[in-house]
Design a protein around this ligand. Structure first.
Ligand SMILES: Cc1cc2nc3c(=O)[nH]c(=O)nc-3n(C[C@H](O)[C@H](O)[C@H](O)COP(=O)(O)O)c2cc1C
Length: 192
């Protein structure tokens, strides 16, 4: 199967998942940070990993361009964030907003928990997080999720889990088995 894993990562958690997934699938992992112009030409299956940034999926613009350019390629997306996996309402809402129906119905999507490493953030993101912490401090008194998020992020954490990639691997493998129908008149002749 002709598969590639493509990812965007700032602090390394999405990169770690991308490398695990590529290892399992026996393919290459390409960083969009290093190769923003990477083209999916010639690949049957592309697994795209992006991290959540204020609800937005990093790598989405690349996904939109590449889907338009390669309509026969199957795209599987894994999103990585600090949100606990069990907060399925928040995770589903974010995935649905970023990959809305019906446009993205053919894109299977998964959520994998990343982590938080303040010291590895860019300066603008450090500033954004300072504001976010201030906001969460206000909410924490009345919102247990805000309190949990705040303490996890303040201390930093690594929530990556290699076992959680299993559904992404299964999805990529299942798409690799689907052969697109041959154009009429080109396929093998039918015996009568
Ligand atoms: C500015 C900023 C905004 C973030 N917004 C979200 C978010 O909306 N939802 C979420 O689950 N995590 C959010 N995170 C956490 C990151 O998605 C998380 O740290 C992720 O593991 C980073 O992946 P990376 O290590 O590949 O860069 C945010 C982090 C930063 C710095």
């Amino acid at each position: 199967m002709n598969t590639v894993v493509v990812y965007s990562s700032q602090t390394g958690f999405t990169k770690k998942y991308a490398e695990w997934i590529a290892e399992e699938l026996g393919c290459e992992a390409v960083s969009l940070n290093d190769e923003p112009r990477f083209d999916a030409e010639g690949f049957d299956v592309v697994v795209l990993g992006g991290w959540f940034h204020a609800g937005g999926l990093m790598g989405k613009k690349w996904l939109v361009r590449q889907r338009a350019a390669h309509p026969n390629t199957r795209f599987v997306v894994f999103a990585v964030g600090a949100t606990p996996t069990e907060w399925t309402d928040m995770v589903d809402e974010a995935l649905t907003r970023e990959l809305p129906s019906p446009d993205f119905d053919d894109v299977e999507r998964f959520y994998l928990r990343g982590g938080f490493a303040y010291e590895r953030l860019s300066t603008p993101n450090k500033l954004a997080m300072k504001l976010f912490f201030k906001m969460q401090e206000k909410n924490a008194a009345t919102d247990p999720r805000a309190a949990e998020m705040l303490s996890g992020m303040r201390g930093g954490f690594d929530g990556t889990d290699r076992a959680s990639i299993a559904p992404v691997i299964a999805s990529a493998r299942s798409h690799a088995c689907v052969t697109p129908p041959a154009p009429s008149g080109v396929g093998p002749s039918r015996s009568s």
